[in-house]
Design a protein around this ligand. Structure first.
Ligand SMILES: [Zn+2]
Length: 545
């Protein structure tokens, strides 16, 4: 490696590339290592019993980390922090005020006491040769920042702009600070942009402003519905503010229903993002005198999540609110890919109660928090990057983003998690993929589940389990997910009695034969192999004797 490379930047994503979630990137200058974001990935159906997945933190075992800097408070950016802190307790954390309040809640729940350093847009954080400047961007959660990193030795810069949109008309947050971005970029010998790829294949070229929804909420609230049940992403405080304003204008109260809304709204009030005046429109569920009266009920769980308020109410299983003719359910959200079926089953249930449903296909009641292609084009032209490395997207999205950038005349390339890119003098080199590292499955009370155990779980779930135990001269069979007494052609299979007919005496040797025969018979019987566990109490019985 030449001096030029070592003096420059090396960037390694540990999450968030070739997937949407678990965002985490390691930025390395010649002497300094900084991590940006530390999020979780939500599990898919085949991750049986897994709460979430986190980046492989072992990748950082031999790395001295100077700081963890958080861009914003979405779970895919902060969800893995408790795991990071228990592994690296001394690394200082930097976040905005609202984001810090969300992280602190996690710390309290996990009995972690750790200080969070607060930054705001005027902060400039210096870590040896690396300078970090937060740049205000727009997004679907308050206080979201793009992070500008400057290597003061090589005079090079990177703008890590993970989640953002451009909202020139927001009445809640300041616009994307292009002026600051331009002034940070000015005079650098080389500049790399790492932008959001979430909406690269979307047909909406320019993401509409959050402000455009307010009139439509007012219009819905003033219609002659009995009650308005409304769901959206609980962390979208801008949306909550629009709903509060619209409900206030229509003389309605807003009842936050579900733990997630309760929690985000409480933090937004504490951090004064929801004003005391706005909070007056809120009513706690136990303060509602008449649950049948017209009101706006904010339901958590817009993805049809199991045990959520939306699901409970939609299925008619809630003790306070049952869907009725004349009610309306407003889905101010879109389905995250993979959740479509859950949501459509729920919508069918709601329809069967005679309630009406309004979705973004009927009226503009949801806007994305991510940029369309024209927004990206605008970002490129505002900062004129020498290189574009797309982030926040699955491989197909990253590849499309590279093609899009190249078509516009920019140099661009993509990498995946655990692959490094070294930047030097407007050029770059991407390393081979380090296949040793994989995301960790987190289950139960935050423990890691090894990959092999997850494999077993999948096999047991799909094919069932048979346990054969030998104790002295006797043995027993238990099954799970398979009937214990299986009959075919009048013969009982899979039971102790059936096997006993064949073997009157069970010795160690006979047990070995049973193992082979049983496996073969199961394959003949089902056409597939369930998980079979053979267990012998040999040692225990010897001790007892
Ligand atoms: Zn986000």
């Amino acid at each position: 490696m030449t001096n030029k490379i070592t003096n420059s930047f090396k960037v390694t994503p540990l999450g968030g590339l070739s997937q949407i979630g678990s965002n985490m990137v390691l930025f390395q200058g010649p002497n300094t290592n900084i991590i940006i974001d530390c999020g979780i990935l939500f599990p898919i159906d085949s991750n049986l019993g897994i709460n979430y997945l986190i980046p492989d933190l072992d990748y950082l075992n031999n790395t001295e980390i100077e700081a963890l800097v958080i861009t914003h408070g979405h779970e895919d950016h902060i969800g893995a922090i408790i795991h990071f802190v228990s592994k690296f307790p001394h690394v200082p954390i930097y976040a905005s005020n609202f984001t810090a309040a969300l992280i602190r809640k996690k710390f309290n729940e996990n009995k972690i006491s750790k200080k969070i350093n607060i930054y705001n847009e005027s902060s400039s954080l210096i870590f040896n040769e690396l300078k970090i400047d937060p740049v205000s961007v727009n997004h679907s959660i308050p206080e979201t920042f793009g992070i500008f990193l400057t290597n003061t030795i090589s005079n090079e810069g990177i703008f890590y702009c993970s989640d953002f949109k451009i909202d020139d008309f927001s009445i809640y947050e300041s616009p994307f600070n292009f002026e600051k971005l331009k002034s940070l970029r000015k005079g650098l010998s080389s500049f790399t942009l790492m932008p959001d790829s979430t909406n690269i294949i979307s047909s909406t070229l320019e993401t509409p402003s959050e402000t455009m929804l307010i009139d439509n909420f007012k219009e819905i609230f003033s219609r002659d519905y009995k009650r308005v049940f409304l769901t959206t992403f609980s962390s979208n405080i801008w949306r909550v503010k629009s709903i509060l304003q619209s409900a206030y204008d229509c003389g309605l109260k807003v009842v936050p229903y579900g733990r997630s809304f309760q929690s985000y709204i409480q933090i937004a009030i504490e951090t004064e993002i929801i004003t005391t005046e706005e909070a007056k429109t809120l009513q706690q569920p136990d303060q509602v005198k008449d649950y049948q009266k017209k009101q706006v009920v904010l339901l958590s769980g817009c993805q049809g999540d199991f045990r959520s308020a939306l699901r409970r109410v939609g299925y008619g299983e809630d003790k306070r609110y049952k869907p009725d003719e004349g009610d309306v359910f407003v889905f101010s959200s879109k389905a995250i890919p993979g959740n479509e079926k859950n949501i459509s089953i729920l919508m069918n249930q709601i329809s069967e109660f005679g309630s009406e449903i309004i979705t973004p296909a009927d009226l503009l009641i949801h806007v994305s928090g991510h940029p369309g292609r024209d927004d990206l084009k605008r970002l490129y032209s505002e900062c004129n990057p020498d290189l574009i490395i797309p982030i926040h997207g699955e491989s197909f999205f990253l590849k499309r983003h590279v093609e899009f950038a190249k078509d516009l005349g920019y140099k661009s390339d993509w990498l995946t998690n655990y692959q490094s890119i070294s930047l030097y003098n407007k050029d770059y080199k991407i390393s081979e993929l380090d296949e040793e590292f994989l995301h960790s499955n987190i289950h139960g009370k935050g423990k890691k589940l090894p990959k092999e155990s997850l494999k077993e779980r999948r096999k047991i779930a799909e094919k069932g389990l048979i346990i054969v135990s030998q104790f002295k001269k006797d043995f027993s069979i238990s099954t799970a997910g398979i009937p214990e007494h299986y009959e075919e052609n009048g013969e009982t299979l899979l039971t102790v009695d059936a096997l006993r007919k064949r073997y009157s005496f069970i010795s160690e040797k006979v047990f070995e034969i049973i193992k082979v025969e049983l496996r073969r018979e199961i394959v003949n019987l089902f056409g597939y192999k369930p998980e079979v566990i053979f267990h012998t109490y040999k040692k225990a019985s010897q001790k007892e004797a």
